[in-house]
Write a protein that binds this ligand. Structure first.
Ligand code: SF4
Length: 77
């Protein structure tokens, strides 16, 4: 599994591709992983991380944003 790096996020952004971002308030409830297993995984600390993909549309990211209990997920353009 490859994780989305800031460098890769910047390249996606330059190509007009938005990607989800998980901030430091994540409590590791795993709701986002359950909703979007192709997009998120839990790291060794049990916190959500975003996988490196070429596109994040049509993968229920909006649903994961709605489901996160601490509002830790947002789109980054
Ligand atoms: S839903 Fe929110 S709190 Fe739960 S693992 Fe995902 S980012 Fe973290």
């Amino acid at each position: 599994m490859w994780l989305l790096s800031e460098e890769q996020r910047k390249k996606l952004s330059e190509s007009g591709v938005r990607s989800p971002h998980v901030n430091e308030t994540c409590i590791g409830c795993s709701a986002c992983v359950a909703i979007c297993p192709d997009v998120y995984d839990l790291d060794d600390n049990g916190l959500s991380v975003v996988k490196e993909l070429s596109n994040y549309e049509n993968l229920s990211v909006d649903d994961s944003i709605q489901a996160c209990p601490v509002n830790a997920i947002s789109w980054k353009n």
